[in-house]
Design a protein around this ligand. Structure first.
Ligand code: FES
Length: 138
């Protein structure tokens, strides 16, 4: 006789991580939630949460420099863009777009991201409720 090992779906746990006043635009807060190191960033007024260990070699990615990227639509035409949306790893300089989790170079693995209440992709879902920022752990 087969056992029914079907488990009830687990709801993400909503965990308070900060107040909006703690993370102004361009700033971050790194928290430990159930053994996971997570960086909460305010990217232009939207909050994103990113897994801290870098997918390359485990550096504390969320301690990296927040910057922008050079983009080009055609040869010889370059401009600096996405200011405040690119996170550069402090160890080897891999860069990730915090709004998508994608590596800027396009060949490195993307960083794990979690949903956010706003339209950005995050490692964990982030919600803002009356000035309190919550992350949902899956
Ligand atoms: S550990 Fe992040 S780029 Fe190498």
């Amino acid at each position: 006789m087969a056992c029914d090992r079907t488990a009830a779906p687990v709801r993400p746990r909503r965990m308070r991580v900060a107040t909006t006043g703690e993370i102004p635009v361009g700033q971050r807060k790194i928290v430990e939630l159930e053994g996971r190191s997570i960086g909460i960033f305010n990217v232009g007024g939207c909050y994103v949460s990113l897994r801290n260990p870098c997918p390359h070699n485990g550096a504390p990615l969320c301690l990296g420099t927040v910057t922008g990227a050079l983009v080009s639509d055609r040869p010889g035409d370059y401009r600096y863009d996405r200011e405040g949306k690119i996170l550069r790893c402090p160890w080897h300089g891999w860069e990730f777009d915090m709004t998508t989790g994608q590596a800027v170079a396009g060949t490195e693995p993307r960083i794990r991201s979690y949903e956010v209440e706003v339209d950005y992709v995050s490692t964990y879902p982030v919600e803002v409720d009356q000035g309190i920022i919550f992350v949902r752990l899956r």
